[in-house]
Write a protein that binds this ligand. Structure first.
Ligand code: HEM
Length: 117
């Protein structure tokens, strides 16, 4: 079971790479109001949702306590991220504040994951 959990943490991190990488590569375009949500960002956000849910299930299956408040906060932030990226996925240009919010919430979720113990 431990191996399976580690595999899903790895997939969770691949999801972060796609979501945050998509954001970071477009910071210059964002400054000009010309950034867009790429398919990698949408798929990364969906990967976070699926692997995060799987990690909760796997941890509970082996009786490891999961902090429900921490998970609720992470899920709430991801729903905002996913909603924005999904609704605006076909827009050729996304306004700077909206694009910046997705990057900010992703970084906040990373620090919630590693600092909230
Ligand atoms: C943008 C969204 C997210 C980011 C950036 C993120 C980031 C991370 C990171 C960096 C870890 C590894 C932490 C460690 O092992 O110390 C982690 C673990 C985990 N994440 Fe996420 N996560 C996100 C969304 C979610 C969601 C939506 C859920 C659940 C619905 C979730 C559930 C989990 C679980 C259960 C773990 C393993 C247990 C733990 O470390 O607390 N994650 N996440």
């Amino acid at each position: 079971m431990d191996v399976l959990i580690h595999i899903f943490v790895g997939l969770h991190i691949i999801g972060i790479a796609a979501l945050l990488g998509g954001f970071l590569t477009q910071m210059k375009a964002m400054g000009q109001g010309a950034a867009r949500f790429t398919p990698a960002m949408l798929h990364g956000a969906l990967t976070m949702l699926v692997t995060g849910a799987a990690l909760i299930g796997l941890n509970q299956a082996q009786d490891t306590a999961v902090d429900n408040v921490k998970m609720g906060v992470k899920l709430a932030l991801l729903i905002v991220i996913l909603g924005l990226v999904y609704v605006k996925r076909d827009d050729e240009k996304v306004e700077k504040p909206l694009f910046g919010l997705v990057g900010l919430l992703t970084v906040v979720n990373i620090f919630i994951a590693v600092l909230w113990t």
